[in-house]
Each structure stands twice: as C-alpha cells, then as structure tokens.
Design a protein around this ligand. Structure first.
Ligand code: DX5
Ligand code: ZN
Length: 214
C-alpha cells in the first residue's frame, strides 16, 4: 500500500497557518487537523472558520477529539470547512453509528479512532462501515508525546482483519518509530512535532520516508 504522510498542524505556527501549509504541501499527502473541545481532552484547538480559510490541494483530514461530534455541530462545521475526511473517537458520547451514517451521507470519508487504552474489540462492529481506522499511539491531547509501542499489536491485528483498509496512526511518530508502525501495517502516518519542530520541513518529511524504506 502507498504510505501517506499527514503532517499535523497542531505543531505548526498558528499565526501563519497558510504559509506553514504551503511549506509542506509538495512533500506530504494529507493535512491532519486536530480538533479538541476542552472536554474530551483538556485543550481547545482550532476554530472551524480558521480551517475553512486554508487553501490547499491536499485533503483536510479532520480528527475530532470531542465528546459530541454530531450533537454539538462539529461534524457540520468541519464539512463546511472543507474536510475530505472526518474521524471520530469510539470513546465519544454521541451515538457512533449515527455519526458514521451522517458523515457518509455527506459524501466524505469517515474514520473511527481508538485511544491507546481502548480495545480493538470496541470498533469491530464499525469496520465494514468506515473508510479508515485511526489508532492513537499517544493519549490524545498534546503533540510531542512519547510513542506507546503496545498499540502495535492492534495495528497488526487490524491489518490481518482488513488488508485494504486505511489504517492511520497518530502520536509520537518520528524517524525512530515510523518503521515499526509501517511494518505493523499502518499506511497513513500522522506526524506533528517531527515535522513542524524542524526548520527544514522538506528534509524532515524526507527523513521520515527514508526511515521506513530502510
Ligand atoms: C494528539 C494529536 C496528534 C498530535 C501528534 O492528540 O491527535 O495528531 O498532533 O503530534 P506528534 O506527532 O508530535 O505526537
Ligand atoms: Zn490527531
């Protein structure tokens, strides 16, 4: 499968978001947009209007770390902001099947995510309904945390169950951890600090790609 790199703009300079995106656009495959509500996780991140203003040829891959993606309007707001895909957490408090149906009904891709401590069993019933599964490899909320390697077993099991499904991994990915996640079967790779904390973004993305080829 083609390995896609999805820089997380959580680690970008928020004062010059458009410029930051133009700096990675030629080298990346998706723009990963982390949305937090201050309840599912403590921080609050972007406003959907800010995200809507971003102009890019890359798809916006929206990751909703929110308690009520549907009933509090997050899904509608990020569809309006041009999301190509919206991923919700299985730990969210809205009806998950309803959220999946709603997102699909709007004609964009839908993903389901699980936290490091949640079992893959919790999402088995959704696997035939989603376009992507996002396996969190840190506890959600912050960039720059350490990769939790015990989630690799979930990636391997999921890849065995679903040979063609997009499996995204998010948290603590850098040139030292990327090979393990690709070998386990992940094909959509989120990286925040490993890209945006470097001066040379092109070089940082090249380093990531080189690290799993070796
Ligand atoms: C964490 C977010 C991640 C985060 C990744 O809750 O979902 O997307 O930005 O940042 P790094 O790659 O620095 O762990
Ligand atoms: Zn994320």
């Amino acid at each position: 499968m083609k390995i896609k790199i999805a820089p997380s703009i959580l680690s970008a300079d928020k004062k010059k978001l458009q410029e930051e995106i133009e700096g990675i656009e030629e080298f990346a495959d998706l723009i990963h947009v982390d949305i937090m509500d201050g309840k599912f996780v403590p921080p609050i991140t972007f406003d959907s209007k800010e995200i809507g203003k971003i102009k890019s040829k890359l798809p916006k891959d929206v990751h909703l770390m929110v308690e009520y993606p549907l009933t509090e309007g997050f899904i509608d707001d990020y569809i309006a902001a041009g999301a190509a895909s919206i991923t919700i957490h299985e730990e969210a408090k809205d009806d998950i099947d309803k959220c999946i149906e709603y997102i699909k009904g709007k004609g964009i891709n839908v993903g389901i995510s699980i936290n490091p401590s949640s079992s893959l069993d919790n999402i088995l019933s959704y696997l035939d309904k989603v376009d992507m599964v996002l396996i969190m490899s840190v506890n959600p909320g912050y960039a720059g945390q350490k990769f939790i390697s015990s989630v690799l077993d979930k990636v391997k099991r999921l890849r065995e169950l679903k040979p063609d499904l997009d499996i995204e991994i998010d948290g603590g990915i850098n040139k030292d951890t990327i090979k393990q996640v690709v070998d386990a079967g992940a094909n959509v790779i989120v990286a925040g600090s490993a890209i945006f904390d470097q001066e040379n973004r092109k070089g940082a993305i090249r380093e990531l790609r080189d690290a799993f080829k070796s």
